[in-house]
Design a protein around this ligand. Structure first.
Ligand code: TXA
Ligand code: MG
Length: 331
């Protein structure tokens, strides 16, 4: 997808005027504002209905921006940025106190990512400072992977002067890997397109949060219940899937699974997607959850992909979607 120069200048002018611009990225669409404009960033929280202490990711142009936003960075941070930027990796570092306090939700740290999508890159390069952008969905709901998803969910909440840039369907489909880089060893707080093994290859060792409390402290806003459609999401490993389908609540049931899984349960199910790889599963995941709601399905049985590569991220998002549907007011 080429970046259209007129659209890019229009978007940059809107950001400079304090408006919000929805940007396509290779992971999911982001609801962007000039990260140095506190009142514009405050509008992001209002439009999403997101608590103001849930920090946002600042999207930057490249490795050279680390110095603008961060201090005391660990030596492995530049290595990770050089290896994986632009791309689906977010690095949490100590924030330079003079900058980005509203975007960081008041935290002493800041999350930085350099996205790969050409439209996002063109806007960030031309703006010349960071773009604060959470996923462009209402708080707690499924992230958007197309401009149509954003329009249907946020169209009414955006104001005159705000823009949505259409960059096609997101190639990866789930949010970036987030790594807490404030300690000696990087800690993966959200799995995504860059895997733990790839990170370990660059830095030697990598850790995970020791429990949910540790995760909540390291990544405020990473909730157990998240990414939730209205339909109930029921998780199943492949061997249990037929039993889970059979026991699903009355009503129409959707099925999310690799194409290699063929249900044998004596019950009609709507196959929502037919991915042949885990990468395709990730790419189609959120569109499929939205389709489940459009079809007003009572439940979705999600047959989990293997916990390999981006399959780890798909399993993480599905398990949060499964918790979220039991408590619609969370997130
Ligand atoms: O792929 C992505 O990361 C997408 C695209 C738009 O870039 N963005 C995204 O943003 O998923 P959001 O706001 O939906 O999720 C950001 C996550 C939150 O769970 C938050 O806790 C974590 O990043 N985060 C942000 N700033 C942080 C900080 N200073 N310390 C720890 N975690 C932080
Ligand atoms: Mg989000």
């Amino acid at each position: 997808m080429e970046a259209d120069p007129a659209g890019i200048s229009h978007a940059v002018a809107a950001l400079r005027d304090g408006h919000l611009v929805v940007l396509p990225t290779e992971t999911v669409y982001g609801l962007g504002a000039d990260a140095t404009n506190d009142s514009a960033v405050a509008r992001i929280f209002a439009v999403k209905g997101r608590p103001t202490d849930h920090p946002l990711i600042v999207h930057v142009a490249g490795v050279h921006d680390l110095d603008t936003w961060a201090v005391n960075v660990q030596s492995y941070v530049e290595k990770l940025a050089h290896r994986f930027w632009p791309g689906p990796l977010t690095l949490v570092v100590q924030r330079r106190t003079a900058i980005g306090s509203v975007a960081a939700g008041g935290a002493p740290t800041i999350a930085l990512r350099c996205p790969e999508h050409p439209v996002a890159r063109a806007v960030i390069d031309a703006l010349g400072c960071g773009v604060a952008a959470p996923s462009a969905n209402l708080f707690g709901r499924v992230s958007p992977t197309s401009a149509e998803h954003v329009l249907s969910e946020l169209g009414d909440a955006l104001s005159e002067g705000d823009l949505i840039l259409d960059g096609g369907e997101c190639a990866i489909g789930v949010e970036s890997t987030i790594v807490d880089c404030t300690g000696d060893i990087p800690v993966v707080v959200r799995p995504g397109g860059v895997t733990e093994a790839q990170i370990a290859e660059v830095v030697g060792s990598v850790a995970r949060p020791i429990n949910d409390l540790d995760l909540a402290v390291r990544a405020p806003g990473t909730l157990a219940a998240h990414y939730a459609p209205a339909a109930r999401v029921l998780l199943a490993e492949p061997l249990e899937a037929d039993a889970v389908i059979a026991a699903a609540p009355p009503g129409d049931v959707g099925l999310l699974c690799l194409v290699s899984f063929v249900p044998t349960a004596d019950r009609l199910v709507h196959r929502l997607v037919a991915p042949s790889t885990v990468e395709e599963y990730a790419q189609d995941l959120y569109a499929a959850l939205r389709r489940a709601d459009d079809l007003q399905l009572a439940a979705v049985v999600a047959v989990l992909p293997p916990a390999e590569g981006i399959g780890v991220a798909v399993r993480d998002r599905l398990s949060r979607a499964a918790v979220g549907t039991a408590s619609p007011n969370v997130g």
